[in-house]
Design a protein around this ligand. Structure first.
Ligand SMILES: [Zn+2]
Length: 139
C-alpha cells in the first residue's frame, strides 16, 4: 500500500468517527462513499456522500483554496467504504465536475475488490440515478 493510500485510510477513519460523533447518518440502503483531495501530502478536503450528493461533489465543495499549492500534485481519491463491494468510480456527472474544477488532478477510485485504480479518462458513462447529483453541483 502506498503512502497516500495509508493517508486516505486514516482520513476515512477520522471522518467516519466524526460522523458518528455528530450523529450523521445515511439511510441504511445508501452505501457510504468517501472522497478526499490531496495537494502533495496535505489533505485539502475530505467528505462523504450525504443524502442526495455524491462524495466527490461534497469534497469539491469543501475545498479550502488556501491549502491548494500550484506546484504540488493533486490527487482525488474516492472509495466506497460500506456494503458488499468497494466500486466507487465517479459517475458521469461527477466526472464532468471533476474535469471542470480540478483539471490537473489525478483521480483514483477503488474497484469492486477495493484496489485503487486510476481513472485517466474521467468519461464514465454510468449515469447516477440521483438527478440531484447534477443539480446540487457547485456553480
Ligand atoms: Zn457521482
Amino acid at each position: 500500500m502506498s503512502g497516500w493510500e495509508t493517508r486516505f485510510a486514516e482520513d476515512v477513519e477520522s471522518l467516519v468517527d466524526k460522523m458518528k460523533r455528530d450523529g450523521t447518518r445515511l439511510p441504511s440502503y445508501v452505501p457510504l462513499h468517501i472522497a478526499a483531495l490531496y495537494s502533495g501530502r496535505r489533505t485539502v478536503a475530505c467528505a462523504s456522500n450525504l443524502y442526495e450528493r455524491h462524495a466527490e461533489v461534497n469534497c469539491l465543495r469543501a475545498i479550502d483554496p488556501l491549502k491548494m499549492k500550484q506546484h504540488k500534485p493533486l490527487r482525488l481519491l474516492v472509495s466506497r467504504v460500506s456494503g458488499s463491494h468497494r466500486m466507487s468510480r465517479p459517475c458521469s456527472a461527477c466526472c464532468v465536475e471533476i474535469r471542470r474544477r480540478l483539471p490537473r488532478a489525478r483521480v483514483f477510485y477503488t474497484d469492486w475488490g477495493g484496489v485503487f485504480r486510476e481513472d485517466k479518462t474521467l468519461d464514465n458513462t454510468h449515469v447516477c440515478h440521483m438527478k440531484s447529483c447534477v443539480r446540487a453541483a457547485p456553480a
